[in-house]
Design a protein. Structure first.
Length: 148
């Protein structure tokens, strides 16, 4: 199953390269910055939502709320961070991309990782969420992209 996931992520990244219209040199940088900002957004969102969820709870309930808040915050923060990173790099280099599809692709990429994570006991899959969100955001941003 790990090989299938690796092939899935590689094909997703290759697909984002194919969809990039112009300029092609920026797509790899969009993906890299989107991945890094996805990790930053995920960790930040996880800590923020975990602290909000745990407020007022005690004992085991606090632990359960902490984990639920961190997982939800990490997922949403990674998708948002990856999308913002991709859009920022594209805009910085003068690429007029599709912002709506950028955020939709980021959320879709994050959702594709949550599926295997929820049906298996593989915890390491969860750390592939920001690269998957960045690949989706890169693909969405570059649909119909044009230089300004």
């Amino acid at each position: 199953m790990a090989r299938v996931l690796l092939v899935f992520f590689l094909l997703g990244f290759a697909g984002s390269l194919v969809l990039a219209v112009e300029p092609e040199e920026v797509v790899g940088l969009e993906f890299m910055v989107g991945t890094l900002s996805g990790y930053a957004g995920g960790i930040g969102g996880g800590f923020v939502l975990a602290s909000i969820f745990v407020y007022g709870a005690e004992g085991w309930e606090a632990l359960g709320r902490l984990l639920a808040g961190f997982i939800l915050g990490y997922t949403g923060g990674a998708a948002l961070g990856a999308s913002l990173g991709v859009a920022a790099v594209g805009s910085f280099f003068g690429v007029g991309g599709n912002l709506g599809l950028c955020f939709l692709g980021g959320a879709g990429g994050a959702g594709l990782v949550l599926g295997p994570r929820l049906i298996t006991s593989w915890d390491f899959v969860f750390w592939f969420l920001p690269p998957a969100a960045a690949a989706g955001a890169t693909a969405g941003f570059n649909v119909g992209a044009r230089s300004r």
